[in-house]
Design a protein around this ligand. Structure first.
Ligand code: BG6
Ligand code: MG
Length: 225
């Protein structure tokens, strides 16, 4: 029997809005200022990872070792550049198909939550007008253990009152999918199967995607488990 799904929990950056490109631009600017560069493939490793851990990875790629005060200053500099981008965001920046999908979930009575590593999540949700859609927002200010630890999703599910096995997590990050699986959730990857092949199902984005299709796909997985 397929287990009944009661909730959907969404990552924010790269799933609801295309902020992944702004993170990349701002980190790259910082790396270039420090005298080196990194690739889009390396950037995949930064998705879902907290600001300070991202910086540590980037410094490692550039072969730099810095003290805590310098690291904090660089993280703040990156965040200032990043905020210049997100403060320009508006409703039109919501990724294609997301609003229809969220409306469909609401009309079917599903609970909707957000689980993001970002400390800028509320700013972004406010800018694009989606703050009221989520019954719970667990962001980078409300959890401490980074993905692939499942804490962020488990906290969101607990607030929604839904056990993980009755919830689907939507994620664009390799580590985010891992976090969902570690927590016992169904995981739907949003992006490329090359990166997200460990998810129960992968969609390229939400354009034209219906909840029924997702249920059919993960239902088949549930039966096989
Ligand atoms: C995640 C992004 O959602 O949030 C990461 O995928 C980012 O790239 C992390 O580093 C933290 O975001 P912020 O906005 O707090 O710097
Ligand atoms: Mg993401």
């Amino acid at each position: 029997m397929t287990r009944a799904i009661e909730a959907c929990i969404f990552d924010l950056d790269g799933v609801i809005v295309d902020t992944a490109k702004f993170h990349f631009l701002a980190w790259r600017r910082l790396a270039n200022q420090l005298g080196f560069d990194f690739t889009e493939a390396q950037n995949e490793k930064l998705k879902g990872v907290s600001r300070i851990q991202s910086l540590e990875l980037i410094l490692q790629w550039g072969g730099l070792t810095l003290g805590e005060p310098e690291k904090l200053a660089l993280a703040e500099q990156k965040n200032d550049w990043y905020r210049d981008y997100i403060l320009q965001m508006e409703r039109g920046d919501i990724l294609e198909g997301v609003e229809d999908f969220l409306t469909e979930l609401k009309s079917r009575g599903l609970k909707i939550g957000l689980g993001s590593a970002s400390k800028n999540a509320e700013t972004i949700l406010q800018r694009v007008g989606l703050m009221d859609v989520f019954e719970v927002v667990i962001d980078g200010n409300r959890h401490t253990r980074s993905k692939p630890d499942p804490e962020v999703f488990l906290t969101a599910a607990a607030v929604l009152g839904v056990p993980p096995e009755r919830a689907i997590v939507f994620e664009d990050a390799e580590k985010g999918v891992e976090a969902a699986l570690n927590g016992g959730f169904f995981a739907v990857g949003v992006g490329s199967p090359d990166v997200l092949g460990h998810a129960h199902y992968v969609i390229p984005g939400f354009a034209g995607v219906h909840f029924e299709t997702i249920l059919e796909q993960i239902g088949a997985q549930a039966l096989a488990m």
